[in-house]
Design a protein around this ligand. Sequence first.
Ligand code: CU
Length: 132
Amino acid sequence: MMKKALFMCMLAAFVMVIAACGSNNKNNDKSPENAGNGVETTGSASSQEVVIKASSWKFDKQEYTIKKGEPVKLTLESVSGVHGIEVSDLDVKLGSGDSKVITINDAGEYEFHCNIQCGTGHKKMVAKLVVE
Ligand SMILES: [Cu+2]
């Protein structure tokens, strides 16, 4: 009997964590579409595609290389947990499962990080876009 109660308690805690992540996600949707320099957001077709896979608590790569001046479709997939990304220098934000076509005209390295408080490893969730 005690074991079952403990299990229910853990389950409830887990559900609350998921719910908290979900509401954070909605807040991110209010962000402006695009206000950065050297980056354009378009709905048109892209010649490149980058899928960023987020899990708890890392991205599948440290660097994602794309070509400058060419549209790239950025997609964020959450493999485990619920994560978002924010490229600070470009004001580009993606929620879990979102895609966005952007064009970056300036070569360089653009760091991004998870922008959802997803748990203990949240601060480790950093990677970068390498534009060349
Ligand atoms: Cu996070």
